[in-house]
Design a protein around this ligand. Structure first.
Ligand SMILES: [Zn+2]
Length: 484
């Protein structure tokens, strides 16, 4: 039976690190990096007798996340102990939420192939992150534990099994990431693991009503790995079923080097964790007034912003979607547009630079928009140089790259690199005359009706002028001389 006779069913559990300055139950820094165990204290080291105290910002960020995703905010939620032993968890338990999470319900809407899809959420709960095992720390190959990450606040966002392909899962995660970044609760950095995701994957025969046995794939930290892992896992399960073997419920790891998932451990059931209410923390009470204050202060969310870009700026759905995928990029776009001018024509020009050349340069350097040396005002200055005919397209590209790398002022770059476009008719006419004299055969063919040869002449004149001729003037002069 081929894979096309099966339907893959996916639910995602996304862990998002909250952008608080301090940890969830102590005052230690949440900064990434730092010497191993530099950001620790008795609470996050799990020393006996140390007592946790809840960070208020964590609750507010969790509530804002819930409001943005249309969840119901529980007025009273409870922390619970999730008991398991692992070297990076010195307490022997993780403080999480179980029966009474802070948010329930809600949904994430995303677009795939021009169609809107919605995946429902089960819940969002708050919890602490664990530490990190570091292997081969010394010459004898021993391992160490770095607890800087222990106690860093997370929200876990759990979807229902509403996703039906690897592509849907990826678009769901992209939409969720954009929302979290727009809220300022998460930095969206999947490489550093501040946003990571587990996927529950099962397959069932098309038309079946009962879900198949699922496997959970842990900790994928890129969109590409998520897609590869789901595709591999779906194929593996279909092959088992075809061979008449059962799919065993288990936790699996994705190996990016080999592009496959492999068994990690048999899947725990909730009762394996012996959850019970955390006795060292009182229930979390979220007052209605706080919820309303946070609701009123929610920023414009990515989908609303994309719609506004299309409606009031005339951008295409694709351009708008591209810009809002990263709140920092769309903020930069807004600032550049404000510096340059209003209207659809200006918006299209600015969007083209941001999505094209600037995305390429930013990708190369890995710099965030806020630290780009090409400020919004400097891009506006480049665009005005183009509008004034001072530089042409190829020159503008060179100016933008130089400003992006050095932070120099655009007009200074134009002067220093001699990129100014030549619009002087005398100079262009001399080049045109030279080209026509050197190509009598082509001139004859053109006059005989081969009008598409104009491109050849423009190219020759541009070459003669080392790319600096004003294309409009070159075109006009050529047509005049060729007798159009
Ligand atoms: Zn601490």
């Amino acid at each position: 039976m081929p894979i096309s006779d099966f339907q893959v069913v996916i639910g995602l559990e996304v862990h998002a690190q909250l952008l608080t300055a301090s940890k969830i139950f102590c005052g230690c820094s949440t900064a990434f990096g730092g010497a191993p165990n530099a950001h620790t204290c008795p609470v996050c080291l799990g020393l006996p007798g140390a007592l946790p105290a809840l960070n208020r910002s964590v609750v507010e960020m969790a509530v804002r996340t819930g409001l943005a995703l249309g969840c119901e905010i529980r007025p009273k939620s409870v922390f619970a102990r999730k008991n398991y032993f692992y070297p990076d968890l010195p307490k022997g338990y993780q403080i999480s939420q179980y029966e009474l999470p802070i948010c329930e319900g809600g949904e994430v809407t995303f677009t795939l192939d021009g169609r809107d899809h919605t995946a429902r959420l089960v819940r969002i709960h708050m919890e602490e992150d664990a530490g990190k095992n570091v292997h081969d720390v010394s010459a004898d190959g021993s391992s160490g534990v770095d607890l800087n990450r222990a106690g860093v606040p997370l929200v876990e966002i759990v979807s229902r099994p509403d996703l039906r392909s690897a592509e849907e899962a990826v678009e769901y995660l992209k939409a969720l990431r954009a929302i979290l970044m727009a809220l300022g609760v998460n930095d969206g950095n999947m490489q550093e693991g501040s946003l990571r995701c587990d996927a529950n994957v099962s397959v069932m025969r098309k038309g079946a009503s009962e879900l198949g046995t699922r496997c959970e794939i842990k900790n994928m930290n890129s969109f590409r790995f998520l897609k590869q892992a789901i595709e591999f896992e779906a194929r593996r399960q279909v092959e088992l079923i075809e061979a008449g073997e059962p799919v065993v419920q288990e936790t699996r790891l994705f190996d990016p080097d080999r592009g496959e998932t492999r068994s990690m451990r048999s899947k725990e059931e909730a009762h394996d964790y012996r959850y019970f209410p955390e006795p060292d923390l009182p229930p979390v009470i979220v007052e209605a007034a706080l919820v309303e204050r946070l609701r009123a202060a929610l920023p414009e969310l990515p989908r609303a912003k994309a719609e506004r870009y299309q409606r009031s700026l005339g951008l295409s759905a694709q351009d708008a979607g591209n810009l809002v995928a990263d709140a920092a990029v769309s903020a930069w776009f807004d600032a550049a547009l404000a510096a340059y001018g209003a209207g659809p024509e200006a918006a299209k020009k600015v969007a083209n630079w941001v999505i094209g050349e600037l995305a390429r340069l930013a990708n190369e350097t890995g710099e965030a928009p806020a630290t780009w040396k090409l400020t919004p005002a400097r891009l506006a200055a480049v665009l005005r140089l183009i509008d004034a005919g001072t530089i042409g397209g190829p020159g503008a590209k060179q100016v933008v790259e130089e400003v992006f790398r050095t932070g120099a002022e655009p007009d200074a770059v134009v002067k220093a690199k001699g990129l100014a476009q030549v619009s002087d008719e005398g100079a262009i006419e001399a080049a045109v005359d030279k080209v026509l004299a050197a190509n009598p055969g082509e001139v004859e063919k053109y006059r005989g009706g081969r009008k598409n040869l104009v491109g050849f002449f423009v190219g020759q004149v541009m070459k003669e002028m080392r790319g600096k001729g004003n294309p409009a003037v070159v075109n006009a002069l050529l047509r005049r001389k060729l007798g159009d």
